[in-house]
Design a protein around this ligand. Structure first.
Ligand SMILES: [Zn+2]
Length: 224
């Protein structure tokens, strides 16, 4: 949660550059929001590249989506962001991206469940997939938002991913871990058989998750 608009807007601009430079969004894809302590939300506008934004492009809305500040039109995905904030009073940042790893996996319409690395098991666990709905629809918001309570990320079928956190940076880092996980997974498949973490290793990771208050269901490991 952000105390000042300056801080919130800087966090959005930085995350936008990172998403764009890493190829997690192309053209005008994706959107980023930052929630203020008063409940209002700073948001990326629709129709701009997230890699080339300036502060004056950002818009601020109230929790119902009414425009409070800014000259641009708010992101088409604002309903999704507001629905997630509504269900999670502690969240301060949300990132929606179209990364090539997450979007490819999202085409299957099924959850990601494999514990292939420490980071994926710790920060993502299992990641559900919300059914396909067009951009900006309330169906998309209603399909995805309920997963935000007990996960750190959700796929949008044939579309991309959404991650959230206590601030924009944590949400961004979760998008990064998601993309990194699919790079690692693709490499594992190139090198040989995919080997999962053991149950004992996952038990240890569960303890760390409790310590750091990371809420995501345990990923699937190997039996022995
Ligand atoms: Zn999108």
């Amino acid at each position: 949660m952000y105390k000042s608009s300056k801080e919130a807007k800087e966090a959005i601009l930085q995350a936008g550059q990172c998403l764009y430079q890493n190829g997690y969004v192309a053209a005008n894809d994706g959107n980023i929001t930052a929630r203020m302590e008063d409940g209002s939300v700073w948001c990326t506008p629709t129709g701009v590249s997230k890699g080339f934004m300036t502060e004056d492009m950002l818009v601020r809305v109230n929790p119902d989506g009414r425009l409070l500040e800014g000259k641009n039109k708010v992101s088409s995905e604002i309903l999704l962001h507001l629905a997630i904030y509504k269900q999670n009073p502690n969240l301060g940042g949300i990132v929606h991206a179209h990364g090539p790893g997450a979007t490819a996996w999202a085409s299957f319409g099924k959850p990601w469940e494999l514990a292939i690395s420490l980071d994926s098991a710790l920060h993502l666990g299992t990641v559900p997939c919300a059914p396909f709905a067009v951009t900006g629809s309330s169906a998309l918001a209603e399909g995805a938002a309920p997963y935000s309570k007990n996960h750190t990320a959700v796929f949008l079928e044939h579309h991309g991913s959404v991650t959230w956190g206590e601030d924009v940076r944590q949400a961004l880092f979760r998008t990064e871990v998601l993309e990194q996980t699919f790079k690692i997974y693709a490499n594992m498949r190139t090198f040989g058989e995919v080997r999962l973490l053991s149950q004992r290793q996952l038990d240890e990771i569960e303890r760390i998750k409790t310590k750091y208050n990371i809420r995501c269901p345990r990923a699937k490991g190997r039996d022995r």
